[in-house]
Design a protein around this ligand. Sequence first.
Ligand code: FEO
Length: 394
Amino acid sequence: MKPRELKRGVYWVGAIDWDRRLFDALIPLPDGTSYNAYLIKGSKHTALIDTVDPPTRDILLRHLDELKVKSIDYVIANHAEQDHSGTIPRILERYPEAKVVCTPKCKDMLIDLLMVPEAKFKTVGDKESISLGDRTLEFIHAPWVHWPETMLTYLKEDKILFPCDFLGSHLATTDLYVTDEGQVYEAAKRYYAEIMMPFRTTIQKNLEKVKDYKIDIIAPSHGPMYDKPDFIIKAYHSWAFDKPKNIVVLPYISMHGSTRQMVEYLVGALAEKGVTVKQFDLAVTDIGKLAMALVDAATVVIGTPTVLAGPHPNVAYAAILTNALRPNLKFVSIIGSYGWGGKAVEQLAAMIPNLKVEILEPVLCKGLPREADFKALEKLADTIAKKHKAEGFV
Ligand code: FEO
């Protein structure tokens, strides 16, 4: 792939990582990803916006050669995470005149993470600008999307917003701009769920912060660019601001079938009462799909057998993950089975302190579920349906 021109003198110079399947040793990447870097040639100065993940650095360097870039004045570091910053040391070796432009917090982090020498930095305040001659870069501090040091860069004359991770998607594609909105919506929602959802309230503030900027193109650092910016802005608005929907997410494990019988009964009872249920067998599920389902859900019901006196470890993992992702849930319940005793409910409840939820009466059965257990599940379904209705979740 060659460098690609977005507007006169503004180039995509990133790398597409088609085969990557895991990020942070945690996040599944079913569609690969890209590390988008951008070169802006002003009449006086040249700026590089973000770099690429170090294993792909030769691709960035080749792009710069192809564009005959002899000097870089500014390396804009919107974010210190290494998939964007990791090639900064190599860029500084090749272009020793370059200054790294970033927030003060990002400077500290780049010194810690990459040992960039202090003398290489130019820190910028919120709304501060630098001139490239005929073009101007404005920096918008936007902390916590998704680290504390993040900022966005706005190219005023061309009305391009470079938001780094914010508004991006893990998607490898040769399309410079979004062509398949359905595919990108799914990838961007997955990205929001896994990476941005824990910072929903700061995302709300950052969406407010960019709303008065005239934007023709949003050029994130993962996935395709948006030449219709409203598409992703509206999607983020709905994910970050909308109230939960009439949805129950039901992650579960069943070892010998008891918990599965309970799950199947509860799913049927909820469906009969008009509640949408998304059921995930944690033995095989893609946790990205689970995270996406949590964006809109009002309730989570966790299904677990009792193993070694506690919840199944896969269920514990899902509970810890849900707690960390901080979805906008309102209700939680636990169902499952045990052979002779245990503390699965107490242990699971202790794993979700971040969730500001009402805990609904759990339903645990000994061995296979019997009539009284199914009645209790019917009652739980009824309670959930009524509570969703009372809250106006549709
Ligand atoms: Fe794409 Fe937070 O790095």
